[in-house]
Write a protein that binds this ligand. Structure first.
Ligand SMILES: [Mn+2]
Length: 434
C-alpha cells in the first residue's frame, strides 16, 4: 500500500506508531497451542482481559512484526478479530430458553399443519421426550459455513416441507405407526463459526440419547458428524460406537488454515480426539480425487474398513453391500450412520455442495440403509450436505426423505422382531404368492 507523501512518517518514528496500532487492534494469543478438540476450540476463542493484554504485548513486541503495515497486518495472527466476551448475546444457547413459555404438562405437542419433520409433534425439552416415551427425535443442525457454500443450512427446513410419510410397500410396515417420534427443533448454532456450533449440537444429541431415544440429525454440512458422534460417545462410552460413513469423500482431512473442523474433517477429529476407534469406522462410496495416497495410508494405519466405488464396480454392489452389512454386525454394540447425500450419483442428488460423478443409485442405497438399521442397535443417524438451493425439482430432498424413512422402517422392523436385511412383506414378493 502506498502511503500518501503528506502523511509519510520518518523511518525513525515508525516503531512506536506500530506498537500503538497493535494496542488498538485486539490480538489473539498467537502463542496459544492448537486446541485438542472442536469443543475446546470453541471455548478458546474467548479470552480473559488479562490474557488479551498479554497477547497484545507479545504481539507488539514479537520480532518480525514491526515492519511496514502492509507486511505486518494482513497475515498476522495479531490481526484476528476476537469475540466480544461482554456481548450479552454471546451465549447462543439462549435460543432454547423456554422460561417465557406458558406453563404446561410435559410431553410432545401436536402442531397440526405447521411444518415439522414428517408432520410429527414437536418436543421442546428433555421432559417432553421422557413424558412422551419418545423413541426417535429429529434435530435440525443448520450449519453451512463448514462447507463454505451457502445453502446446506436450509436442509432441515427443506425436509420439513416435504409431504408426510407414505409408508412402505416393501415391508408393509409404517414406522410412523410403530415408533414414537418427534421434531426436537433446531440446534442453536453460531452462523458465523463452525467451531462454536459444535458444542450446542453435541449437547442436544446427548440430551436425546440420554433419554434412550435415537437422534436423527438433519444437516447442515458434514462438520456436524463430529458433534453427533461425540455426543453419542458421551452417552454410550468412548470407543463403544461404530460409524458407517456414506460419502464420496473420506472427510478425515488434516488442519486447514488452522481449522480443525469443517465438513472435510469430522472423521479425523473423532478418531484423534478418542471418541471412535478407526477400526469401527466403515466408509462406503469413496471416489474422485480425494483423498490421495496419504489419506488412504492414514485410514489403513488406523484400521479403517472402506469400500470405494472402484471396489464396488469390480466386485458388484450386491457383494460389497453384503460385506458392509456383515462388517456392521462385527463391531461395537452401538451403531451410528452418517449419510452424506453426495455418496449418491449427482443424477439423483444434484442438491449438494460437492457432487462427484459415479455414485450410488437410490435402489442400492435404500436396501442397504434399511438393512443396516434393521440388523443393528442403531443409536444415531444423520443425513447431511442436503442443499435445496441447488436442487431444481427437489430430487435431492425427495431422495433424502426416502433414505431417512428407509432407516426408520428398519428400526421399526427390528422393534417388531423382524430385523433382517432381506425382510420383505409376503404381499410384495412374487415367490410368496398364494
Ligand atoms: Mn462428507
Amino acid at each position: 500500500m502506498r502511503i500518501p507523501r503528506a502523511t509519510r512518517i520518518p523511518v525513525s518514528r515508525r516503531r512506536p506508531l506500530f506498537a500503538l496500532l497493535f494496542l488498538l487492534i485486539p490480538a489473539s494469543g498467537c502463542d496459544t497451542p492448537p486446541p485438542r478438540s472442536a469443543e475446546d476450540g470453541a471455548q478458546s476463542e474467548i479470552q480473559s482481559p488479562a490474557a488479551e493484554a498479554t497477547a497484545e504485548t507479545d504481539a507488539a513486541e514479537a520480532p518480525g512484526q514491526t515492519g511496514p503495515a502492509d507486511q505486518a497486518f494482513p497475515d498476522s495472527q495479531a490481526a484476528i478479530i476476537r469475540l466480544d466476551p461482554n456481548d450479552p448475546n454471546l451465549e447462543i444457547w439462549r435460543d432454547r430458553d423456554i422460561s417465557g413459555d406458558p406453563p404446561r404438562e410435559p410431553g410432545p405437542i401436536e402442531v397440526g399443519s405447521v411444518l415439522s419433520f414428517f408432520g410429527l409433534p414437536i418436543a421442546r425439552t428433555i421432559d417432553d421426550l421422557i413424558a412422551g416415551e419418545v423413541e426417535v427425535a429429529f434435530l435440525g443442525a443448520p450449519v453451512d459455513m463448514g462447507v463454505g457454500f451457502r445453502g446446506a443450512a436450509e436442509g432441515p427446513n427443506a425436509l420439513r416441507s416435504m409431504r408426510r410419510s407414505t409408508g412402505s410397500m416393501e415391508t408393509m410396515i409404517s414406522w410412523r405407526r410403530e415408533l414414537t417420534a418427534v421434531d426436537y427443533g433446531n440446534a442453536p448454532i453460531d452462523q458465523f463459526s463452525v467451531e462454536r456450533s459444535m458444542p450446542p449440537i453435541r449437547r442436544m444429541v446427548r440430551e436425546i440419547a440420554e433419554t434412550g431415544a435415537i437422534p436423527v440429525i438433519i444437516g447442515g454440512d458434514h462438520s456436524i458428524e463430529f458433534a453427533n458422534v461425540a455426543g453419542l460417545a458421551d452417552v454410550y462410552g468412548k470407543e463403544n460406537v461404530g460409524v458407517i460413513h456414506f460419502d464420496a469423500h473420506y472427510d478425515a482431512g488434516g488442519t486447514r488454515h488452522g481449522h480443525l473442523i469443517s465438513h472435510a474433517q469430522p472423521v479425523r477429529r473423532l478418531v484423534e480426539d478418542g471418541h471412535i476407534l478407526g477400526r469401527n469406522f466403515i466408509q462406503v462410496g469413496l471416489r474422485g480425487s480425494w483423498p490421495g495416497p496419504e489419506g488412504f495410508e492414514w485410514m489403513r494405519e488406523h484400521g479403517f474398513r472402506y469400500h470405494t466405488m472402484a471396489e464396488i464396480d469390480r466386485d458388484g454392489w450386491h457383494n460389497v453391500m453384503q460385506q458392509v452389512l456383515d462388517e456392521a454386525n462385527d463391531g461395537p454394540e452401538y451403531l451410528h450412520i452418517s449419510f452424506d447425500i453426495d455418496v449418491m450419483d449427482p443424477a439423483y442428488t444434484s442438491g449438494t455442495g460437492t457432487p462427484v460423478p459415479g455414485g450410488l443409485t437410490p435402489r442400492e442405497v435404500f436396501y442397504l440403509v434399511r438393512g443396516l438399521c434393521s440388523e443393528n442397535n442403531l443409536v444415531g443417524f444423520d443425513l447431511v450436505e442436503l442443499n435445496p438451493l441447488v436442487d431444481p425439482g427437489y430430487t435431492t430432498v425427495l431422495n433424502a426423505k426416502q433414505i431417512v424413512e428407509e432407516c426408520l422402517t428398519g428400526v421399526a422392523l427390528r422393534k417388531l422382531g423382524l430385523g433382517n436385511r432381506d425382510y420383505l412383506s409376503s404381499l410384495t414378493r412374487r415367490d410368496a404368492r398364494r
